[in-house]
Write a protein that binds this ligand. Structure first.
Ligand code: PGA
Length: 241
């Protein structure tokens, strides 16, 4: 199985940065062992979509999608619009969106359903805050985030789960390998057959170790993936080059 390496550029790159990244896209090696996925902002999907046509094996991911099919939803981007760019994956439920837009389980459930209907693979993010970690309520919190969106019902079996502890995102802190393994085992138990990724302060120094944890099928990378040289180091580290 290939390890997913998903570069979540968030809102960090301007058009000129994305063009420069894509002009150097051949730096990212194409190994059998890794599946590279790039997740730009909506308005840069055209650049990435064009660039990866030539770069075999790299896929496109959106950072979000609308909960609605089409119609009067100013500012929304539908899954059918994403498909126009040959987008294969969509991140749903990232903690930054949950928090900033107060996204609850009902809307996330709709988004998961839209993605699955369109044949776009949802990458559903779950993760506990520091309080839940300190109170020993991690698994309880994750179970709730999976159960409340009705994941088994709305998303097809291809849905990928990204475990992203909120206290780890952008902080330089990561859970221990055994803590990540415990979560991966837990998710694999309640959602057998779904890939589980880890995200939160992944760097090229820790990428290989985290990607090798039992039950973990890849990484969702923010800050360290917004620079192509750093991201390439991660790809090489995980591929064992
Ligand atoms: P980070 O972000 O790698 O910058 O911690 C990860 C994420 O939010 O997906």
């Amino acid at each position: 199985m290939k390890a997913f390496l998903i570069a979540n550029w968030k809102m960090n790159l301007l058009r000129s940065d994305v063009e420069s990244y894509c002009n150097q896209i051949s730096l990212i090696p194409n190994y059998d062992k890794v599946k590279v996925v790039l997740s730009p902002s909506f308005i840069h999907m055209d650049i990435v979509s064009d660039a990866i046509k030539e770069s075999h094996g790299i896929s496109l991911c959106a950072q979000d999608c609308s909960a609605f099919h089409a119609g009067s939803h100013t500012g929304d981007i539908s899954v059918n619009m994403l498909k126009e760019y040959a987008c294969e994956y969509v991140i749903i439920g990232h903690s930054e969106k949950r928090e900033a837009y107060n996204e609850g389980e009902e809307i996330l459930s709709e988004k998961l359903e839209r993605a699955s209907e369109a044949g776009i693979i949802p990458i559903y993010c779950i993760g506990e805050d520091l309080d839940a970690r300190q109170e020993g309520k991690v698994l309880q919190k994750l179970r709730q985030q999976i159960r409340d969106v009705g994941l088994q019902r709305v998303a097809n079996s291809k849905a990928i789960i990204a475990y992203e502890p909120i206290w780890s995102i952008g902080t330089g802190l990561t859970p221990s390998s055994s803590q990540i393994e415990e979560v991966a085992r837990f998710i694999n138990d309640i959602l057998p057959g779904h890939y589980v990724l880890y995200g939160g302060s992944v760097t090229y120094e820790n990428a290989k170790e985290i990607a090798s944890i039992s039950g973990i099928s890849g990484l969702l990378i923010g800050k360290s993936a917004s620079d192509i040289h750093n991201f390439t180091k991660i790809v090489k580290a995980v591929a064992g080059i």
